[in-house]
Design a protein around this ligand. Sequence first.
Ligand code: PMP
Length: 410
Amino acid sequence: MPAVNSYNLAGRIRRIKPSPSTVAADRANELRRQGKQIVSLVVGEPDFDTPAHIRKAAAHAMDHGATRYTSMRGTQELREAIAAKLKRENGLSYGVDEIIVTNGAKSAIYSALAATVDDGDEVIIPAPYWVSYPDMVLACDGTPVTVPCGENHGFKLSPEQLEAAITPKTRWLLVNSPSNPTGASYTAAEYRALADVLVKHPHVMVMTDDIYEHIRFDNKLTPHLLNAAPELRDRTLAINGVSKTYAMTGWRIGWVAGPRALIGALDTLLSQSAGTCCAVSQAAATAALNGDQSFIAESVAIYKQRRDAIVPLLNAIPGLSCQAPDGAFYLFVNCAGLIGRTTEDGKRLENDNDVVLYFLETAGVAMVAGAAYGLSPYFRLSIATSLETLREGLERMARATAKLKGGLAK
Ligand code: PMP
């Protein structure tokens, strides 16, 4: 095969890398193929099937003509269902002409950046962040401005940090609450404090990635930035989808709600690139939004049970610590206590990449290093897997940690 360079790949491809979570999942699968017993705590998707009534609606739609292109912005039924959801759950009013359906939230965020970011425009990304944000910005010729938000501040951006990060070139602030990888969620008051900074800088727009809004463990509704700061509506894109809420990652339906002019720009871009979204999936997403919602509470109760069981086990492992997350289905584990310690074969663990590699090679537990999310020394562990698998993973990690020599133990 010719070397990659001989294909003259575009700068935007040379600037970015494959998603680290995909790389970690591929590596775990490769080790499995080699016959190793791997416990993978990598995946970022619900471990449940899509609820039956949603699958049935899809089958029905497929048998009744949902086999063609739909309107570019998504079917009228789905956009009405999204508008109704935004009103019902978030108290936000959007017309169907202020909504566009996309191939998952991932494509929504990428397309929104592609439609608005010019060479050198800056996008503020609080770290730790979802792995794809900075690379998406780079792929759109923009400059990611990552702002480290430490554990002592709940992994959240403060108004002072936001103020300091804004320049005349700032185009977007990207917020994700509850967050992947930490589960941290902004309160309405915290949003208001960020909004007070944003009102002073009218050139800065905001993208809210609301994909985990329903997965939270305190029985509270996730506030939306626009609830706290309605005056930002004209410069906010609210991004969401059915992947996490309804265990529908494979159906690829997300959406953007925002001002008409921006939705129009997305329509133009997507009509010339991705085209319409899968008609069957749109029917399924409509059924998900309009139908019985009990799956949400049921699945969140299971994630919560896992979180409550696993966080104490993790904190009992010397050298590791973890705060119980507010939401999403990840634990972001502090592994500072393992840095500087030495493995049985004499290798010093220098950083979180080393720690993750050590757990993979020695204990057969696959996770993703905090470095991939822009904050070290941590690793991300997904609880979207059975309690049995999680317990097995934790036992293996405890055994592997006990074998480390030197350094500090908790
Ligand atoms: N945003 C965040 C924070 C995510 O974790 C994910 C999925 N890993 C997405 C967006 C993308 O979701 P979708 O399946 O709708 O593309």
